[in-house]
Design a protein around this ligand. Structure first.
Ligand code: NAD
Ligand code: TYD
Length: 348
Protein backbone atom coordinates (compact mmCIF):
# COMPACT_ATOMS: atom_id res chain seq x y z
CA UNK A 1 0.00 0.00 0.00
CA UNK A 2 1.26 3.48 -0.85
CA UNK A 3 2.93 5.36 2.04
CA UNK A 4 4.78 8.61 2.56
CA UNK A 5 7.97 8.26 4.55
CA UNK A 6 9.75 11.17 6.21
CA UNK A 7 13.47 10.36 6.29
CA UNK A 8 15.22 12.83 8.56
CA UNK A 9 18.99 13.05 8.03
CA UNK A 10 18.45 11.56 4.56
CA UNK A 11 21.36 13.51 3.02
CA UNK A 12 23.87 11.71 5.27
CA UNK A 13 25.55 8.33 4.94
CA UNK A 14 23.01 5.80 6.22
CA UNK A 15 19.91 7.93 5.58
CA UNK A 16 20.76 8.32 1.88
CA UNK A 17 21.36 4.59 1.54
CA UNK A 18 18.03 3.94 3.26
CA UNK A 19 16.33 6.20 0.69
CA UNK A 20 17.91 4.09 -2.07
CA UNK A 21 16.74 0.93 -0.32
CA UNK A 22 13.15 2.15 -0.01
CA UNK A 23 12.94 3.50 -3.56
CA UNK A 24 14.03 0.08 -4.80
CA UNK A 25 12.05 -2.18 -2.45
CA UNK A 26 8.80 -0.22 -2.06
CA UNK A 27 7.89 1.03 -5.54
CA UNK A 28 4.67 2.62 -4.23
CA UNK A 29 6.31 4.69 -1.43
CA UNK A 30 7.14 8.40 -1.58
CA UNK A 31 10.04 9.80 0.41
CA UNK A 32 10.35 13.23 1.96
CA UNK A 33 13.85 14.08 3.20
CA UNK A 34 14.38 16.67 5.93
CA UNK A 35 18.06 17.44 6.46
CA UNK A 36 19.90 20.41 7.97
CA UNK A 37 22.86 19.88 5.61
CA UNK A 38 25.40 20.14 8.40
CA UNK A 39 29.05 19.44 7.52
CA UNK A 40 28.03 15.74 7.26
CA UNK A 41 25.04 16.23 4.95
CA UNK A 42 25.55 16.95 1.28
CA UNK A 43 23.15 17.25 -1.63
CA UNK A 44 25.77 15.44 -3.72
CA UNK A 45 25.04 12.39 -1.52
CA UNK A 46 21.47 12.15 -2.89
CA UNK A 47 22.12 13.68 -6.33
CA UNK A 48 21.76 10.27 -8.03
CA UNK A 49 18.25 9.59 -6.70
CA UNK A 50 17.17 13.24 -6.99
CA UNK A 51 18.06 13.36 -10.67
CA UNK A 52 17.20 9.86 -11.86
CA UNK A 53 13.98 9.80 -13.98
CA UNK A 54 12.96 6.58 -12.18
CA UNK A 55 13.07 8.05 -8.67
CA UNK A 56 13.03 11.88 -8.86
CA UNK A 57 9.23 12.17 -8.74
CA UNK A 58 9.10 10.01 -5.58
CA UNK A 59 11.64 12.04 -3.59
CA UNK A 60 11.27 15.54 -2.18
CA UNK A 61 13.94 17.41 -0.23
CA UNK A 62 13.40 20.00 2.51
CA UNK A 63 16.30 21.80 4.19
CA UNK A 64 15.80 22.23 7.93
CA UNK A 65 16.49 21.04 11.45
CA UNK A 66 14.57 18.37 13.32
CA UNK A 67 14.59 20.68 16.37
CA UNK A 68 12.45 23.17 14.41
CA UNK A 69 8.90 22.21 15.34
CA UNK A 70 7.33 24.57 12.80
CA UNK A 71 9.24 22.93 9.97
CA UNK A 72 8.61 19.38 11.26
CA UNK A 73 4.87 19.91 11.80
CA UNK A 74 4.54 21.77 8.49
CA UNK A 75 6.09 18.91 6.54
CA UNK A 76 4.01 16.24 8.29
CA UNK A 77 0.80 18.14 7.46
CA UNK A 78 1.68 19.19 3.92
CA UNK A 79 3.06 15.81 2.87
CA UNK A 80 0.61 13.65 4.89
CA UNK A 81 3.45 11.68 6.40
CA UNK A 82 2.67 8.07 7.44
CA UNK A 83 6.05 7.01 8.88
CA UNK A 84 9.18 8.75 10.14
CA UNK A 85 12.64 7.18 10.22
CA UNK A 86 15.04 9.42 12.11
CA UNK A 87 18.69 9.30 11.02
CA UNK A 88 19.38 12.97 11.78
CA UNK A 89 22.14 13.21 14.36
CA UNK A 90 25.53 14.52 15.21
CA UNK A 91 27.25 11.19 14.72
CA UNK A 92 31.01 11.37 15.28
CA UNK A 93 32.58 10.41 18.62
CA UNK A 94 35.72 12.45 18.04
CA UNK A 95 33.75 15.62 17.32
CA UNK A 96 31.64 14.98 20.41
CA UNK A 97 34.81 15.12 22.48
CA UNK A 98 35.67 18.54 21.02
CA UNK A 99 32.14 20.03 21.05
CA UNK A 100 29.44 18.05 22.89
CA UNK A 101 26.72 20.75 22.98
CA UNK A 102 25.34 20.31 19.46
CA UNK A 103 24.92 16.58 20.16
CA UNK A 104 22.40 17.31 22.90
CA UNK A 105 20.50 19.73 20.65
CA UNK A 106 20.06 17.28 17.77
CA UNK A 107 20.31 13.79 19.28
CA UNK A 108 18.14 14.47 22.35
CA UNK A 109 16.00 17.58 21.82
CA UNK A 110 15.51 16.89 18.11
CA UNK A 111 14.15 13.41 18.88
CA UNK A 112 11.73 14.94 21.38
CA UNK A 113 10.42 17.38 18.74
CA UNK A 114 9.83 14.54 16.27
CA UNK A 115 8.06 12.38 18.87
CA UNK A 116 5.87 15.29 19.93
CA UNK A 117 4.87 15.86 16.31
CA UNK A 118 4.19 12.13 15.81
CA UNK A 119 1.78 12.14 18.74
CA UNK A 120 0.02 15.38 17.91
CA UNK A 121 -0.25 14.89 14.12
CA UNK A 122 -1.23 11.21 14.13
CA UNK A 123 1.83 9.79 12.36
CA UNK A 124 1.43 5.99 12.35
CA UNK A 125 5.02 5.03 13.30
CA UNK A 126 8.40 6.54 14.04
CA UNK A 127 11.64 4.58 14.09
CA UNK A 128 14.56 6.10 15.99
CA UNK A 129 17.87 4.91 14.53
CA UNK A 130 20.17 4.33 17.47
CA UNK A 131 23.48 2.61 18.04
CA UNK A 132 25.10 -0.27 19.93
CA UNK A 133 27.26 2.40 21.60
CA UNK A 134 24.42 3.11 24.06
CA UNK A 135 25.44 -0.13 25.80
CA UNK A 136 29.00 1.07 26.39
CA UNK A 137 31.74 -1.52 26.10
CA UNK A 138 31.72 -5.31 26.61
CA UNK A 139 34.77 -7.52 27.19
CA UNK A 140 33.09 -10.87 26.57
CA UNK A 141 29.78 -12.06 25.16
CA UNK A 142 27.33 -9.86 23.29
CA UNK A 143 24.97 -6.96 23.91
CA UNK A 144 21.34 -8.05 23.98
CA UNK A 145 18.40 -5.66 24.16
CA UNK A 146 18.33 -6.37 27.93
CA UNK A 147 21.92 -5.22 28.51
CA UNK A 148 22.20 -2.09 30.65
CA UNK A 149 22.66 1.21 28.82
CA UNK A 150 26.07 2.56 29.92
CA UNK A 151 27.25 5.12 27.35
CA UNK A 152 30.80 6.43 27.73
CA UNK A 153 31.15 9.30 25.23
CA UNK A 154 29.20 12.53 24.75
CA UNK A 155 27.95 11.06 21.44
CA UNK A 156 26.72 7.77 22.89
CA UNK A 157 25.22 9.56 25.89
CA UNK A 158 23.26 11.87 23.57
CA UNK A 159 21.99 8.90 21.55
CA UNK A 160 20.90 7.24 24.81
CA UNK A 161 19.06 10.44 25.72
CA UNK A 162 17.19 10.28 22.41
CA UNK A 163 16.22 6.66 23.04
CA UNK A 164 14.99 7.48 26.52
CA UNK A 165 12.66 10.07 24.98
CA UNK A 166 11.23 7.34 22.76
CA UNK A 167 10.75 5.01 25.70
CA UNK A 168 9.18 7.63 27.96
CA UNK A 169 6.86 9.04 25.30
CA UNK A 170 5.71 5.57 24.35
CA UNK A 171 4.99 4.66 27.98
CA UNK A 172 3.46 8.02 28.92
CA UNK A 173 1.41 8.85 25.82
CA UNK A 174 1.41 5.66 23.76
CA UNK A 175 3.41 7.45 21.05
CA UNK A 176 3.89 4.85 18.28
CA UNK A 177 7.66 4.67 18.17
CA UNK A 178 10.41 2.08 18.29
CA UNK A 179 14.21 1.89 18.26
CA UNK A 180 16.99 0.06 16.43
CA UNK A 181 20.57 -0.30 17.75
CA UNK A 182 23.19 -1.14 15.16
CA UNK A 183 26.95 -1.69 15.09
CA UNK A 184 29.51 0.21 12.99
CA UNK A 185 28.44 0.71 9.39
CA UNK A 186 30.57 0.91 6.26
CA UNK A 187 29.72 1.41 2.59
CA UNK A 188 29.24 4.10 -0.06
CA UNK A 189 28.79 7.77 0.85
CA UNK A 190 30.22 7.54 4.39
CA UNK A 191 31.66 10.90 5.41
CA UNK A 192 35.47 10.61 5.37
CA UNK A 193 36.01 11.24 9.06
CA UNK A 194 35.01 7.73 10.22
CA UNK A 195 37.67 5.01 10.33
CA UNK A 196 37.12 3.23 7.00
CA UNK A 197 36.56 6.17 4.61
CA UNK A 198 39.10 8.34 6.47
CA UNK A 199 41.77 5.69 6.04
CA UNK A 200 40.84 4.75 2.46
CA UNK A 201 40.88 8.34 1.23
CA UNK A 202 44.22 9.08 2.92
CA UNK A 203 45.83 5.83 1.76
CA UNK A 204 44.81 6.57 -1.81
CA UNK A 205 46.95 9.71 -1.57
CA UNK A 206 49.81 7.82 0.18
CA UNK A 207 49.19 9.71 3.42
CA UNK A 208 49.69 8.16 6.85
CA UNK A 209 46.66 6.87 8.76
CA UNK A 210 46.38 7.58 12.51
CA UNK A 211 45.66 4.35 14.38
CA UNK A 212 44.62 5.06 17.96
CA UNK A 213 46.76 3.27 20.55
CA UNK A 214 47.50 -0.38 19.76
CA UNK A 215 44.56 -0.65 17.36
CA UNK A 216 43.19 -3.59 19.36
CA UNK A 217 39.69 -2.19 19.91
CA UNK A 218 36.95 -4.33 18.39
CA UNK A 219 34.06 -2.97 16.35
CA UNK A 220 31.13 -5.05 15.07
CA UNK A 221 30.99 -4.04 11.40
CA UNK A 222 27.90 -4.27 9.19
CA UNK A 223 27.43 -3.35 5.54
CA UNK A 224 25.17 -0.31 5.32
CA UNK A 225 22.54 -2.02 3.12
CA UNK A 226 22.13 -4.79 5.73
CA UNK A 227 21.52 -2.07 8.31
CA UNK A 228 18.96 -0.47 5.97
CA UNK A 229 17.10 -3.75 5.40
CA UNK A 230 17.08 -4.28 9.19
CA UNK A 231 15.61 -0.83 9.80
CA UNK A 232 12.98 -1.43 7.14
CA UNK A 233 12.07 -4.77 8.69
CA UNK A 234 11.68 -3.24 12.14
CA UNK A 235 9.66 -0.31 10.76
CA UNK A 236 7.15 -2.69 9.20
CA UNK A 237 7.18 -5.65 11.62
CA UNK A 238 8.57 -4.43 14.95
CA UNK A 239 6.50 -4.11 18.11
CA UNK A 240 5.92 -0.49 19.12
CA UNK A 241 7.86 0.57 22.21
CA UNK A 242 10.51 -2.11 21.65
CA UNK A 243 14.21 -1.85 20.76
CA UNK A 244 15.91 -4.18 18.25
CA UNK A 245 19.64 -4.82 17.81
CA UNK A 246 20.95 -5.01 14.24
CA UNK A 247 24.23 -6.82 13.64
CA UNK A 248 25.87 -9.31 11.30
CA UNK A 249 28.67 -10.95 13.35
CA UNK A 250 31.30 -8.62 11.88
CA UNK A 251 33.77 -8.25 14.76
CA UNK A 252 37.23 -7.08 13.70
CA UNK A 253 39.99 -5.19 15.52
CA UNK A 254 40.96 -1.80 14.14
CA UNK A 255 44.38 -3.12 13.14
CA UNK A 256 42.74 -6.00 11.24
CA UNK A 257 40.55 -3.53 9.35
CA UNK A 258 43.54 -1.29 8.62
CA UNK A 259 45.58 -4.19 7.27
CA UNK A 260 42.71 -5.27 5.02
CA UNK A 261 42.48 -1.72 3.65
CA UNK A 262 46.24 -1.60 2.97
CA UNK A 263 45.91 -4.94 1.23
CA UNK A 264 42.95 -3.86 -0.95
CA UNK A 265 44.81 -0.74 -2.07
CA UNK A 266 48.25 -2.37 -2.38
CA UNK A 267 49.84 0.06 0.13
CA UNK A 268 52.71 -0.58 2.60
CA UNK A 269 52.31 -1.01 6.39
CA UNK A 270 54.69 1.95 6.83
CA UNK A 271 51.65 4.18 6.16
CA UNK A 272 50.20 3.24 9.57
CA UNK A 273 51.03 5.80 12.24
CA UNK A 274 50.17 4.72 15.79
CA UNK A 275 49.20 7.76 17.81
CA UNK A 276 48.38 8.23 21.51
CA UNK A 277 44.70 7.42 21.91
CA UNK A 278 42.84 10.76 21.63
CA UNK A 279 39.71 9.23 23.21
CA UNK A 280 41.58 8.18 26.35
CA UNK A 281 39.32 6.44 28.87
CA UNK A 282 36.25 7.14 26.72
CA UNK A 283 37.49 4.75 24.02
CA UNK A 284 35.18 1.73 24.19
CA UNK A 285 37.26 -1.45 23.87
CA UNK A 286 34.76 -3.77 22.25
CA UNK A 287 31.27 -3.76 20.75
CA UNK A 288 29.44 -6.97 19.90
CA UNK A 289 25.79 -7.13 18.90
CA UNK A 290 23.38 -10.03 19.38
CA UNK A 291 20.65 -9.68 16.75
CA UNK A 292 18.62 -12.81 17.63
CA UNK A 293 15.51 -10.80 18.46
CA UNK A 294 15.43 -9.35 14.94
CA UNK A 295 16.34 -12.59 13.17
CA UNK A 296 13.46 -14.24 15.03
CA UNK A 297 11.27 -11.56 13.45
CA UNK A 298 12.38 -12.80 10.01
CA UNK A 299 15.36 -10.57 9.08
CA UNK A 300 18.75 -11.83 7.83
CA UNK A 301 21.86 -9.88 6.79
CA UNK A 302 23.04 -10.73 3.25
CA UNK A 303 26.65 -9.54 3.11
CA UNK A 304 30.06 -10.60 4.44
CA UNK A 305 32.73 -8.21 5.69
CA UNK A 306 35.76 -8.97 3.50
CA UNK A 307 33.68 -9.03 0.30
CA UNK A 308 31.84 -5.76 0.96
CA UNK A 309 34.92 -4.01 2.34
CA UNK A 310 36.63 -4.63 -0.99
CA UNK A 311 33.57 -3.35 -2.85
CA UNK A 312 33.46 -0.29 -0.59
CA UNK A 313 37.13 0.51 -1.25
CA UNK A 314 36.40 0.20 -4.97
CA UNK A 315 33.49 2.65 -4.55
CA UNK A 316 35.80 5.28 -3.05
CA UNK A 317 38.32 4.71 -5.83
CA UNK A 318 35.54 5.19 -8.41
CA UNK A 319 33.85 8.17 -6.73
CA UNK A 320 36.69 10.55 -6.07
CA UNK A 321 34.62 13.57 -7.19
CA UNK A 322 32.25 12.93 -4.28
CA UNK A 323 34.83 12.73 -1.48
CA UNK A 324 37.46 15.12 -2.87
CA UNK A 325 34.88 17.91 -2.91
CA UNK A 326 34.22 17.19 0.80
CA UNK A 327 37.83 16.93 1.97
CA UNK A 328 38.65 20.22 0.24
CA UNK A 329 36.06 22.09 2.34
CA UNK A 330 37.34 24.37 5.14
CA UNK A 331 35.26 22.67 7.87
CA UNK A 332 36.78 19.28 7.04
CA UNK A 333 40.31 20.66 6.94
CA UNK A 334 39.68 22.55 10.17
CA UNK A 335 38.48 19.43 12.03
CA UNK A 336 41.37 17.27 10.82
CA UNK A 337 43.89 19.93 11.83
CA UNK A 338 42.32 20.49 15.23
CA UNK A 339 41.92 16.82 16.06
CA UNK A 340 45.04 15.27 14.48
CA UNK A 341 47.40 18.24 14.15
CA UNK A 342 49.49 17.49 17.22
CA UNK A 343 49.70 13.72 16.81
CA UNK A 344 50.22 13.55 13.04
CA UNK A 345 52.54 16.55 12.92
CA UNK A 346 54.33 16.73 9.60
CA UNK A 347 52.39 13.64 8.40
CA UNK A 348 49.11 15.56 8.56
P1 NAD B 1 25.96 11.19 9.18
O1 NAD B 1 26.69 12.10 10.11
O2 NAD B 1 26.63 10.71 7.93
O3 NAD B 1 24.59 11.88 8.73
C1 NAD B 1 23.78 12.61 9.59
C2 NAD B 1 22.82 13.44 8.72
O4 NAD B 1 21.95 14.15 9.62
C3 NAD B 1 23.52 14.49 7.86
O5 NAD B 1 22.95 14.51 6.58
C4 NAD B 1 23.25 15.80 8.59
O6 NAD B 1 23.20 16.93 7.73
C5 NAD B 1 21.90 15.51 9.21
N1 NAD B 1 21.63 16.31 10.40
C6 NAD B 1 22.48 16.56 11.44
N2 NAD B 1 21.88 17.34 12.35
C7 NAD B 1 20.62 17.57 11.90
C8 NAD B 1 19.51 18.28 12.40
N3 NAD B 1 19.58 18.93 13.57
N4 NAD B 1 18.37 18.30 11.69
C9 NAD B 1 18.29 17.65 10.49
N5 NAD B 1 19.31 16.99 9.96
C10 NAD B 1 20.47 16.94 10.65
O7 NAD B 1 25.50 9.98 10.08
P2 NAD B 1 25.28 8.44 9.71
O8 NAD B 1 26.54 7.70 9.91
O9 NAD B 1 24.55 8.35 8.43
O10 NAD B 1 24.30 8.01 10.90
C11 NAD B 1 22.90 8.13 10.77
C12 NAD B 1 22.24 7.69 12.05
O11 NAD B 1 22.59 6.34 12.34
C13 NAD B 1 22.67 8.50 13.28
O12 NAD B 1 21.53 8.70 14.08
C14 NAD B 1 23.68 7.62 13.98
O13 NAD B 1 23.67 7.85 15.36
C15 NAD B 1 23.12 6.24 13.65
N6 NAD B 1 24.11 5.16 13.59
C16 NAD B 1 25.25 5.29 12.85
C17 NAD B 1 26.16 4.24 12.78
C18 NAD B 1 27.41 4.34 11.93
O14 NAD B 1 28.25 3.43 11.97
N7 NAD B 1 27.61 5.38 11.14
C19 NAD B 1 25.91 3.06 13.48
C20 NAD B 1 24.72 2.94 14.24
C21 NAD B 1 23.83 4.01 14.28
P1 TYD C 1 34.85 5.46 14.17
O1 TYD C 1 34.77 5.11 12.73
O2 TYD C 1 35.04 6.89 14.54
O3 TYD C 1 33.52 4.86 14.83
P2 TYD C 1 33.13 4.65 16.41
O4 TYD C 1 33.84 5.64 17.21
O5 TYD C 1 31.65 4.94 16.33
O6 TYD C 1 33.41 3.23 16.71
O7 TYD C 1 36.03 4.63 14.84
C1 TYD C 1 36.09 3.22 14.72
C2 TYD C 1 37.30 2.74 15.51
O8 TYD C 1 38.48 3.20 14.85
C3 TYD C 1 37.37 3.29 16.92
O9 TYD C 1 37.86 2.27 17.79
C4 TYD C 1 38.38 4.42 16.83
C5 TYD C 1 39.30 3.97 15.71
N1 TYD C 1 39.88 5.07 14.89
C6 TYD C 1 41.28 5.14 14.74
O10 TYD C 1 42.06 4.33 15.24
N2 TYD C 1 41.78 6.18 13.98
C7 TYD C 1 40.97 7.12 13.39
O11 TYD C 1 41.49 8.06 12.75
C8 TYD C 1 39.55 6.99 13.55
C9 TYD C 1 38.62 7.99 12.92
C10 TYD C 1 39.05 5.95 14.31
Amino acid sequence: MSKTLLVTGGAGFIGSNYCRYVLQHHPDYRIVVLDALTYAGNLSTIADIQSSPETASRLRFYPGKIQDETVVNGIIEAERVDYIVNFAAESHNDRSILEPGSFIQTDVYGVFVLLDAVRKRGVARMLQVSTDEVYGTINEGQFTEQSPLEPNTPYSASKTGGEMQVRAQHITYGTPALVTRCGNNYGPYQYPEKLIPFFVTRLMDNRKVPLYGEGNQVRDWIYVMDHCSGIDHVLHHGVLGEAYNIGSQGERTNIEVTELLLNCLGKPASLIKRIPDPRGGAHDRRYSVNADKLTTLGWQPKHTFEEMLEETVRWYVDHQDWWREIVRKPDYQDFVHRFYGKSLGEDL
